[in-house]
Structure formats: structure tokens, C-alpha cells
Design a protein around this ligand. Structure first.
Ligand SMILES: Cc1cc2nc3c(=O)[nH]c(=O)nc-3n(C[C@H](O)[C@H](O)[C@H](O)COP(=O)(O)OP(=O)(O)OC[C@H]3O[C@@H](n4cnc5c(N)ncnc54)[C@H](O)[C@@H]3O)c2cc1C
Length: 430
């Protein structure tokens, strides 16, 4: 399958989706039109819910994913042998469009990292028994997956990671620390990158494994962010024994595995069309904000708003194309960095635009609808420019791999890992 026009059966498929949603989902939303002063005005990127509320939302997300899966909508483009439907990305997008009209639980905890990034990586690189065991479980909502890549000394310079795996018969013994691991506290499995040959150049001594999170020696500690919630974790790995048959790809071939995850990460983050981005960048909401604050005639603000909305629309079109390719099994390329970059920039611009319009009302709760509600999103914007690869790294990738500009000097791809300077990495961006 490749990028393609709509198959003939889409109207029929959309009717089937509607019948399923009528029978199993919350009633269709009466109107998706934005009306100033109506509904919840809170805009947030990360969760700031108390733990019991968060747990209950995750439970609902799992149940909804299971219902989708049992009715053939859990993995629309997936191979039938793992419970997928084997349909095209156009079917997948048609499903999303119809489902958006209904009240259904947010399944982001399962989909952003697990189904969006780790699922495609398992499909591409895992051994058969791992695919059989975990792919249906993930797409049925039974298993949530996390990405155990970043470390305190390896983020942008991911290939500089130091978590060590040493072979012991049919097992590997893993020791090290990961950080910023989103959803690890909800996860049953993690994809972990380890150093298996310190004498090889850094990209060539890495091996990837799938680790069940209940393996002895795996310890998850939450990190609290300034917007209130704790969506990320530190994960400590102490003498964790992983069977060799849980390895993905070749021994010391983990960089190839990591690239599959990272390309899907950029595409997934960049193409998160719904949720906070759609709400915060909604033309109706932003225009209503100008009217409600008496600034609708301010030429400078109007100009900024027009520019933002034009960029948002252009990004949406780019993402639709990217999503089609990704969902049809084409590994996203370096051009995905544009989506990630634009997603973070547009959402940040929308939050900053609102903050400039609102002034002190954005940071002091005066009880007025649509004002203080922007705060949580505003506090999340610095993270948007970091997660999934920082803004500087995205620009480096674009410069080198899309525009063909010269490579960043000073990156050592030849010396053994153990001889490299280990102070804060060399900036060898992934
Ligand atoms: C919300 C959030 C969720 C995350 N979830 C996960 C997760 O689930 N799993 C996971 O493994 N990781 C996760 N991360 C980690 C994320 O991938 C890293 O934070 C990111 O790659 C940056 O690495 P770092 O924090 O070590 O910063 P550093 O790499 O230390 O960068 C510090 C600064 O230096 C700049 N810099 C670094 N190298 C260069 C260069 N070569 N050229 C120019 N500038 C450079 C960076 O752009 C940045 O501004 C998450 C991060 C966030 C914020």
C-alpha cells in the first residue's frame, strides 16, 4: 500500500463505523461548534488530575480500545494475523473522522507512545513470539507500552546512552537509568535501548529489547511537572534479566530499531490533530477571545492570528499526507521533522497569543470563563519544544537530511564509545 486516493468502499465503511458507534459509544455530540462561555474552558496538554481520576480515565481508555478491537476497529490498518483489519490508512482516517462526532474516552495514554511508536517498531523488528504475544494485547488495550530511551546523559545525543546490557547465557543483565519516560507508571512493557558493545562506535554498540515492566529490578519513580501532574518518570534498571528472545533486531543493531521508533514519534507527535492542538488553535475560540476581551479591532493581533491560522492549516494538510503514509506502513522519513517542529511551534504560538491578549488574566484566576483556563497549556509549552526531539535537533535534521546542508562538525562516529568524552554528550542528534 502507498499514498493513495479514497477506496470505493469508504461510504459503506463509514456507515459501518456509525452503526458501531451508535451501539457502543456515548451519544453523538449535538454540536462541535465553539460557543464562548459554554462548557469546560480548561486547556491542558498534560494531565493534572489526582491519581484516582487519572487511573479511572486510563481504565476507560483501555475499555474503549477493547470495544474498538472486538468490533474490528482497534487496528484498522494492522495485519489480520495480529487482530488488525488489514484496511487502508484512508479507512483509518475515515474512522477517526466519524468517531470525532461522538463522546468517547481519550485513548492517548495507549496510543501516543504504545500504539503510535512502539507497536510499529515491534511489528518491524521483533521476533515472532513477541509479535504474537504483545501486538494483539496492545491493540486490544490490555498492554500499554513505554519508550525507555532517554537517560540523564543521553537525550539529543541518544546514541551516547550508557545503560549497560551484558550477556549471560540466554539472558542479558541490564543496569542503568532512564528518564522522562512517559506513561511508564501505566505500562506493562517498555522498549529499552542498551549499550552492548562499548568498544564499538556509539551507534554500533546498541541493542534494543522489549522488557515487561514487572520484571524484578525495574523501578518506576514519577516526576512531577510544573503544570501539576506527573506524566513522566525516572526508570531505574538494576540487574534486570531479559531473555535474548526479547531482543529486537540484531545484537548491536539497536540503532536501526531506534530509528523506526523515532521516525514514528515525530510523525505521531506532529500529527496529533485532535486534543489540545485542535482546541487551542480553533479559529472560533481565538477569534472569540479577541471579541470577549475587546481587542478584535487591534490590527497587530489580527495579523498574528491570521498568520497562525494559515500556518495551522498548512501543517494540517502536511500531516494528513504524512499520516496516510505512516498508517500504510511506510516508515516516516526525515521530512517528519517538519510536522513535529510546526506542531510545537503552532501550539506554543496559540498559547502565547492567548496570554498576550489576556495579560494578567492568564495567570490569576478571576473566575471569568476562557481566561485562566489557558494556564495549564501555557505552562506545558516549553516541554512541547523538547519532547520527541528538541527544536534545535529538528532543525539540524532538516538542514542535513532534507536540505542537504553540510553535517554538523565534530561528531565522532568512529571512535569506540568508551573513548568518547562523556560530559553532556557531543550533540550527535538522532
Ligand atoms: C514531555 C516530554 C516527554 C518525554 N517522553 C519521553 C519518553 O517517553 N521516553 C524517552 O525516552 N524520552 C522522553 N522524553 C525525553 C526527550 O526525548 C528529551 O528530553 C529530548 O530528546 C532532549 O534531551 P535532553 O532533555 O537530554 O536535552 P539535551 O539533549 O541535553 O539538550 C539541552 C539543550 O541543548 C540543545 N542541543 C543539544 N544538542 C544540540 C545540537 N547538536 N545542536 C544544537 N542544539 C543542541 C537542545 O536543543 C536543548 O536546547 C520526553 C521529554 C519531554 C519534555
Amino acid at each position: 500500500m502507498s499514498d493513495q486516493s479514497a477506496p470505493d468502499d469508504i461510504p459503506e465503511f463509514a456507515s459501518e463505523v456509525r452503526r458501531f458507534l451508535d451501539a457502543h459509544a456515548g451519544r453523538p455530540r449535538e454540536s462541535t461548534a465553539f460557543v464562548w462561555g459554554e462548557g469546560d474552558d480548561r486547556l491542558a496538554y498534560f494531565s493534572a488530575d489526582p491519581p484516582e481520576v487519572e487511573q479511572s480515565k486510563v481504565r476507560q481508555a483501555r475499555e474503549w480500545q477493547r470495544t474498538r478491537f472486538e468490533h474490528g476497529f482497534g487496528w484498522i490498518t494492522g495485519p489480520p494475523e495480529y487482530g488488525g483489519r488489514g484496511l487502508t490508512p484512508v479507512h483509518d482516517m475515515a474512522y477517526d473522522a466519524v468517531e470525532a462526532e461522538y463522546d468517547v474516552p481519550d485513548t492517548g495514554t495507549l496510543s501516543v507512545v504504545g500504539l503510535g511508536m512502539i507497536g510499529p517498531t515491534i511489528l518491524a523488528h521483533a521476533q515472532q513470539h513477541i509479535k504474537d504475544r504483545w501486538l494483539p494485547a496492545m491493540y486490544r488495550g490490555d498492554a500499554i507500552a513505554c519508550q525507555l530511551f532517554s537517560e540523564p546523559g543521553a537525550g539529543s545525543d541518544l546514541a551516547g546512552l550508557s545503560t549497560r546490557a551484558v550477556r549471560d547465557g540466554d539472558e542479558w543483565v541490564v543496569n542503568g537509568q532512564k528518564v522522562w519516560t512517559s506513561v511508564a507508571h501505566h505500562s506493562q512493557i517498555g522498549l529499552v535501548l542498551t549499550r552492548t558493545d562499548p568498544d564499538a562506535p556509539k551507534h554500533r554498540g546498541i541493542t534494543a529489547f522489549l522488557v515487561p515492566m514487572d520484571t524484578p529490578g525495574v523501578e518506576v519513580r514519577p516526576l512531577r511537572q510544573m503544570s501539576g501532574g506527573a506524566d513522566f518518570n525516572e526508570v531505574f534498571l538494576t540487574d534486570v534479566r531479559i531473555p535474548d528472545d526479547h531482543r529486537l533486531g540484531e545484537v548491536n543493531g539497536g540503532w536501526t530499531v531506534a530509528l523506526t521508533t523515532l521516525m514514528n514519534e515525530r510523525a505521531t507527535v506532529g500529527s496529533e490533530g485532535a486534543g489540545p492542538a485542535a482546541t487551542a488553535q480553533s479559529p472560533e475560540r481565538l477569534a472569540a477571545l479577541l471579541h470577549a476581551t475587546g481587542t478584535a479591532q487591534d490590527g497587530a493581533l489580527r495579523g498574528r492570528l491570521a498568520e497562525l491560522l494559515a500556518d495551522t492549516l498548512a501543517t494540517e494538510h502536511l500531516n494528513v499526507r504524512a499520516l496516510r503514509r505512516m498508517r500504510s506502513g511506510v516508515t516516516p522519513g526525515p521530512e517528519m521533522s517538519v510536522s513535529k517542529l510546526m506542531y510545537a511551534q503552532n501550539l506554543t504560538r496559540a498559547a502565547h497569543f492567548a496570554a498576550d491578549v489576556l495579560g494578567p488574566r492568564a495567570i490569576a484566576d478571576n473566575g471569568h470563563w476562557g481566561t485562566y483556563g489557558w494556564t495549564e497549556l501555557l505552562l506545558a509549552t516549553p516541554a512541547l519544544r523538547i519532547l520527541g526531539g528538541t527544536e534545535e535537533i529538528m532543525k539540524n535534521i532538516l538542514a542535513e537530511r532534507v536540505l542537504g546542508l553540510p553535517k554538523e562538525p565534530g561528531i565522532d562516529n568512529r571512535s569506540p564509545f568508551r573513548e568518547l568524552r562523556r560530559s553532556g554528550g557531543e550533540g550527535d542528534a538522532v
